[in-house]
Design a protein around this ligand. Structure first.
Ligand code: GLA
Length: 727
C-alpha cells in the first residue's frame, strides 16, 4: 500500500519502492512536511524543532507559544499570510484586496489510481499501479479551498504533485502565484543541478553548492525555453552518479515557469517549482477552479544514474502515449538541412528515392511547402499546400513516397503567423499584440492568440485539411519564437493569457492525438526550446536541438539525459562541415552520437560518396539491431564531458545481459594516457563478451578498472562496443 494515514497522529505516509514521503496535520491544522528520503518506517515528526526565533511570525492561534512559527517549519503548501517569510508556493489576492491566506486541513481522500488534470498533461497509470491522495485545505475567512493532489507510483519510485484551487467564496479572487510542489529539506548540505542553455546549445549541465539566498531559474517566454529547462535536481554534496541522495523535480508544463531554491536563515532548503508568477494574475470568479500543472518528484539514495532512470521510465511508461510510445520510431530523413526552403516535388521525390535505396524509413518534408513560404519572412498561418512550388498535389506526392516504401511526414508551426500572410491580413487581431503598440518581432513572425478557442479551432481545421490529403504518418510541431505582447483581446485579465495560451496549445494537441491516434508527433521549438515533460504527453519525441554538430550534441544530450529518456531525444546525422559550427566530424562519430536518440538523417544524399553511403547503410542496420536496447535499456552516463575530454554513455538491458557502450574521445594529445572507461550496472559475477573482438571480460573488472579504449589518431573518434553476458 503506497499511501497510509495514521488517524491518531494525523500522519500521511507515502511509500514508493525505495523512498518514503511523510507529512502531518499538526494541532492547528497546518499541513507540515516531515520527510522525503530513503524508505523508512516510523514517524518523522521528531525532526521538527520548535524554538523562539526572533522576527519569525507566530500564528494567532498558537497563543503565546512563540516557538511555533511557519517561518521555520517545513511545509507542503507555504502561503502568504501565515508568518512564513521564505519563498512561497501560493499567493492569492482576495476579493477585499488583501493578499493573506491561512489554509488549514479540512479532509482527505485516498483512492486507487492516478488523478487526472482537466486540460493539462499529467502522469497516468493503471489503478493497480498508482494511488492518489487528495488533501483539502481551506481558508476560513475567504472560503478558498485548495485540494492538494499526490499521485504515488510505488513501483516507479515516483510521487506527483498538483493542486486545484477553488474559489468557494463570494467575491472574485486573483491568483498571484501558484506552484504545485514545495520540497522543504530540513537538514543536509546540497548542490543544485540545473540545465541552462541557448538556441543551438540547450541543457548544459551546471552543479553548484547551495548558499544562502534564493537561486531562481525560470522562463517568462511563454514556452519552457532553451535558456532553462523546467527541471532541477538537489543532490547531497557527496552524491555521485552511483551513490548518495538526490531529488529531482520536473514540471509537466510547457509554458513560463519558475523554480526557486532557497537556503534559509536556519540552513534549511526549500525548493519550489511551478508556474511563473511574473506576467501571471489569474482571476477566479466565485465557483471557478484553477488547476496547477503537475510536478513529478523522484528520489534516489543510490546516486544520479538511478534518479534519471526513474524519470526515464516514468516518462516512457506513464507520460508518453500513442502508437510509438514504446516502439522503435521510423528512421527518418528530414529535408531541412538537405535543402532548407529550396525544394519542389521532384527534389523531394529524389531525396525520398535515395533515402529508400539506403534503408531509411520515412521522408519528412520540413518548412516551406505551404502558402508563400520561400524563406522565413512569410507564409506562416497559410496552411494550404503550395502546389505551384511543389508541382504536384500533396496527396500524389505522398503516394509516390509511400510507393517507394517510405512513410511520409510533414512540418507545421501552428502557433505562429507571418505578417505577410493571408491569415494575418484577414485577422490581424488574432496575433498576440497590445493595441496601440507595435508588436515585438522575432524571426520576423508573430504568435497567434491560442488563448482564444476560435483561433485554435480555425488553425486546427486548416491543419486537418492538410493531414487529410494523404497518408501522413508524422508531424513535426515547431514553434520558432518566444511569446511577447501577451495581450488577448478576449481576456478579462491579461495576467491569464500565458496560462490560457498553454491550455489552448494542449487542447489543440489533444484533439490532434485523438483524431490521428497513429500519427507520430515530434515536438520542436527551434530545436529544444520546449523540451519538457508537458510536451511528452503529446509527442513521444522532441527535436533535441537545432545544433546537429556531433561534438556539441554530446554536451546537449548529456544534459538532456538527466531528465528525459533517450526515446524522447530527436537526433540526426547531418552533413559536414556542420551547418551550425562548420566543424568536420567523422561520419562514424555522427552516427554513434545520433544513435543515442530517435535516429535519423538531415542531409542531401546526392552529395554523399559511395563509401559514405555504405557507412550510412551499416549505421541503419546497426540502429535497427540496437534500437530495442537503446530505447528500453537502462541508460548510464559514464563520463561527464564537461569535466573530461570524453563523451561516453551506456545502455544496459533490464537483466544486465546486454550492454551497448558508445563513446567519443573528444581530443587527442601527444603521448596520451590510456582511457579506461568504467562501465556501470553490470552483473559483478558475470562474464561478458565483446561480440566483435570476442574478447571476454569479468563484470566486476569492467566496472572497477574499466575497458581500455584503443588510441586513435584524430579528435572526435567514436567507439561502439556491444557486450553480451556469456556466463
Ligand atoms: C526550426 C526547427 C528546424 C526547422 C526550421 C524550419 O528552427 O528547429 O528543425 O524545422 O525551424 O523553419
Amino acid at each position: 500500500m503506497g499511501i497510509i494515514f495514521d488517524e491518531k497522529n494525523k500522519i500521511f505516509t507515502l511509500h514508493t519502492h525505495h523512498a518514503t514521503y511523510q507529512m502531518k496535520v499538526d494541532k492547528y491544522g497546518f499541513l507540515l512536511h516531515l520527510y522525503y528520503g530513503q524508505k523508512s518506517e516510523g514517524c518523522m515528526d521528531y525532526l521538527l524543532h520548535f524554538a523562539d526565533r526572533g522576527f519569525s511570525g507566530n500564528p494567532y492561534d498558537a497563543g503565546d507559544d512563540r516557538t511555533f512559527s511557519m517561518d521555520v517549519l517545513p511545509q507542503e503548501l507555504p502561503c502568504q499570510g501565515t508568518g512564513d517569510f521564505r519563498s512561497l508556493a501560493v499567493i492569492i489576492k482576495n476579493a477585499d484586496g488583501s493578499y493573506d491566506s491561512n489554509f488549514r486541513y479540512v479532509g482527505h481522500r485516498i483512492r486507487d489510481g492516478k488523478y487526472k488534470l482537466p486540460g493539462l498533461p499529467c502522469v497516468y497509470a493503471k489503478d493497480s499501479q498508482a494511488q492518489t491522495l487528495e488533501i483539502d485545505v481551506e481558508d476560513v475567512v475567504t472560503n478558498v479551498r485548495i485540494t492538494l493532489f499526490y499521485g504515488v507510483l510505488e513501483e516507479s519510485d515516483i510521487i506527483t504533485r498538483s493542486a486545484c484551487i477553488c474559489n468557494a467564496g463570494t467575491g472574485k479572487i486573483c491568483l498571484q502565484k501558484a506552484q504545485a510542489a514545495c520540497l522543504d529539506l530540513i537538514s543536509g548540505e546540497y548542490d543544485l543541478i540545473s540545465f541552462y542553455g541557448r538556441h543551438e546549445m540547450e541543457r548544459n549541465f551546471q552543479r553548484i553548492p547551495l548558499a544562502h539566498g534564493v537561486y531562481t531559474i525560470g522562463s517568462r517566454r511563454g514556452t519552457s525555453s532553451h535558456q532553462y529547462n523546467p527541471m532541477l535536481i538537489l543532490a547531497k554534496r557527496d552524491t555521485t552518479e552511483d551513490a548518495g541522495s538526490c531529488y529531482a523535480m520536473s514540471f509537466v508544463y510547457s509554458g513560463s515557469f519558475r523554480a526557486e531554491v532557497q537556503k534559509d536563515q536556519f540552513c534549511q532548503i526549500r525548493a519550489l517549482l511551478g508556474l511563473s508568477d511574473e506576467l501571471f494574475s489569474y482571476p477566479l470568479a466565485p465557483g471557478e477552479t484553477f488547476y496547477v500543472p503537475e510536478v513529478v518528484l523522484t528520489y534516489s539514495h543510490t546516486g544520479l544514474a538511478r534518479l534519471s532512470q526513474n524519470l526515464h521510465q516514468c516518462f516512457r511508461n506513464h507520460l508518453c502515449r500513442g502508437k510509438y510510445q514504446l516502439s522503435t520510431r521510423p528512421i527518418l530523413l528530414n529535408s531541412w538541412e538537405a535543402s532548407y526552403f529550396t525544394f519542389n516535388g521532384d527534389s523531394i521525390l529524389q531525396l525520398a528515392k535515395q533515402a529508400a535505396d539506403i534503408g531509411i524509413e520515412m521522408l519528412v518534408m520540413d518548412d516551406g511547402w505551404f502558402g508563400q513560404r520561400d524563406d522565413d519572412n512569410a507564409g506562416l498561418g497559410d496552411w494550404h499546400v503550395n502546389e505551384k512550388k511543389l508541382g504536384i498535389p500533396l496527396g500524389q506526392l505522398i503516394q509516390k513516397v509511400n510507393d517507394m516504401g517510405l512513410k511520409f511526414g510533414i512540418w507545421f508551426e501552428p502557433e505562429s503567423v507571418s505578417e505577410d500572410s493571408d491569415l494575418y491580413r484577414s485577422h490581424p487581431d488574432w496575433a498576440l499584440s497590445v493595441p496601440g503598440r507595435n508588436p515585438v518581432r522575432s524571426r520576423n513572425q508573430l504568435v497567434l492568440d491560442f488563448s482564444r478557442k476560435d483561433v485554435v479551432d480555425h488553425v486546427f481545421s486548416e491543419v486537418c485539411k492538410v493531414l487529410d490529403q494523404g497518408n501522413i504518418e508524422y508531424l513535426k510541431w515547431d514553434m520558432n519564437r518566444s511569446l511577447s505582447d501577451c495581450f488577448s483581446r478576449h481576456a478579462d485579465d491579461q495576467g491569464r493569457v500565458q496560462y490560457d495560451y498553454v491550455l489552448g496549445l494542449y487542447d489543440f494537441l489533444e484533439r490532434l492525438v485523438q483524431r490521428y491516434p497513429d500519427l507520430l508527433i515530434e515536438g520542436c521549438s527551434g530545436g529544444g526550446g520546449r523540451f519538457d515533460a508537458g510536451m511528452l504527453y503529446y509527442s513521444p519525441q522532441i527535436w533535441c536541438s537545432d545544433n546537429t554538430d556531433a561534438l556539441d550534441r554530446i554536451y546537449i544530450q548529456y544534459g538532456t539525459s538527466f531528465g528525459y529518456p533517450v526515446s524522447a531525444v530527436g537526433s540526426h546525422v547531418s552533413a559536414v562541415p556542420n551547418h551550425q559550427t562548420a566543424r568536420i566530424i567523422p561520419l562514424e562519430t555522427r552516427g554513434v552520437v545520433a544513435m543515442a536518440g530517435t535516429f535519423g538523417y538531415e542531409l542531401d544524399l546526392q552529395h554523399i560518396s559511395e563509401e559514405e553511403k555504405q557507412v550510412i547503410q551499416d549505421q541503419i542496420q546497426m540502429y535497427k539491431q540496437y534500437a530495442p536496447l537503446i530505447l528500453n535499456g537502462l541508460y548510464y552516463r559514464l563520463v561527464n564531458p564537461f569535466e573530461q575530454e570524453v563523451g561516453a554513455w551506456e545502455f544496459v538491458s533490464q537483466d544486465a545481459s546486454q550492454v551497448l557502450v558508445q563513446a567519443v574521445k573528444l581530443r587527442v594529445h601527444g603521448n596520451m594516457p590510456v582511457c579506461y572507461l568504467c562501465l556501470k550496472g553490470l552483473l559483478e559475477d558475470a562474464v561478458y563478451e565483446d561480440t566483435d573482438s570476442k574478447k571476454q571480460y569479468g563484470g566486476a573488472a569492467l566496472m572497477e578498472m574499466g575497458l581500455p579504449l584503443p588510441s586513435k589518431a584524430e579528435d572526435c573518434q567514436a567507439y561502439q562496443i556491444y557486450l553480451e553476458k556469456v556466463r
